[in-house]
Design a binder for this molecule. Structure first.
Ligand SMILES: Cc1cc2nc3c(=O)[nH]c(=O)nc-3n(C[C@H](O)[C@H](O)[C@H](O)COP(=O)(O)O)c2cc1C
Length: 199
């Protein structure tokens, strides 16, 4: 393969996927049918706690993040695991159809799980739209915009005097002179080639 980075040009949005007991930031969302109750798919990493939850829950929601999103939402849901922190502790959520949705978002879709397909890294969960609303008509943040601006958005700071490796996908920071040969990001699962060195 000559350069897999071209796949990062696939245009995606930014969402918080929530279900009972957890959730995470996702960009791998697609509408795969139309009509009154369209089908929407979302690819969730097998290692994520959210994936475990989705196996046993029938409903989930996608909150659409706008350009004015509070970066704390991305940090809380995208850079931490519910295995370690309670992501809902300081988060304003509304309960819709029994599922928490993010108040500080452009709106939400509530989906009923109809199918799932697992591959070696992700599970594609397919849901049928059962409820949806628009909170505000702002511009949605794209994954490309997030990638280009995440340093300012998340204000990723590294400790002075230490060699740091920053994940260009999620902002995770690893300290050490070299990244281990078989290193993969513990947050988003990408390989070491996608880390940038910062001195
Ligand atoms: C911008 C961004 C996009 C992400 N996209 C996805 C995605 O599409 N699918 C996924 O499973 N994880 C994605 N993640 C990673 C999860 O949000 C992250 O691993 C989270 O900490 C998992 O939390 P959990 O263990 O509580 O489920 C993304 C993270 C960020 C910051």
């Amino acid at each position: 393969m000559k350069n897999k980075k071209i796949t990062r040009k696939i245009s995606q949005g930014m969402y918080v996927l929530t279900t009972n007991g957890g959730g995470c930031v996702v960009d791998a969302v697609s509408q795969i049918s139309s009509g009154e109750a369209p089908l929407i798919s979302v690819a969730v990493m097998n290692q994520n706690y959210t994936n475990e939850l989705l196996k046993s829950h029938d409903k989930f929601a996608l909150s659409v993040l706008g350009m004015d999103v509070d970066p704390e939402i991305i940090k809380t849901f995208g850079l931490q695991s519910m295995r370690d922190v309670n992501k809902f502790e300081n988060m304003k959520v509304l309960e819709i159809e029994g599922i928490p949705v993010i108040e500080n978002s452009l709106g939400y879709m509530v989906l009923e799980k109809v199918d799932s397909i697992m591959n070696d890294t992700h599970t594609l969960f397919i849901g049928k739209l059962v409820e949806a609303d628009v909170f505000t008509d702002g511009e949605a943040m794209t994954y490309g915009y997030y990638q280009d601006h995440k340093e300012e958005l998340l204000k990723i700071k590294t400790e002075n005097g230490k060699t740091a490796w920053v994940c260009t996908i999620c902002g995770y920071v690893y300290y050490g002179e070299e990244l281990p040969e078989d290193f993969v990001c513990p947050i988003c699962g990408v390989s070491r080639e996608l880390f940038k060195k910062r001195l």
